[in-house]
Design a protein. Sequence first.
Length: 182
Amino acid sequence: MGTDKAQTSRAVSSSLQGAEEVFYCLLAGPHPRSPTQHRSSVAGFVDFSWCARRPRYARGLAVSSKITVATPLETFPNPRPERDYEIQIRCPEFTSVCPKTGLPDFGEISINYVPGTSCVELKSLKFYLMSYRNAGVFYETVTNRILDDLVAACQPRRMRVTGAFTARGGITTSVVAEYTGS
């Protein structure tokens, strides 16, 4: 009977080896007060000690508004500068990293603006937004930074950037930053 339990334990442990990276991304290391072994109804104790050997995502992430974004924003001339019209852009798959926990943050960035002399080029905007994927940044900082960078690049008449982030711990957050030209 003891041999069957040991074989089952090895089988469960080896099946978990393949999913190790998935668990690491979700857990980012064990909870400091939890043991490295967790009870399994199938095989007794399963070893999760590999979690303790991995570095946490949050280590080394900058918690500041000075984020280095490698991708510049490109613009093109406004085809109808004499007319006020609104451009609406949605990025429903925005991703960044929480600087406190190191876990990924998911949300939707909505950009609404009335262009001045130039419009933002969408491919460069896509790569710009993707550059936040590994940046450790708070919701409020990233929303205001996107607004500041877009205003500097295309000098709109008006602009509104909304960051609607998915639930974390049962709480959703929406951050709205606005610019009204002078």
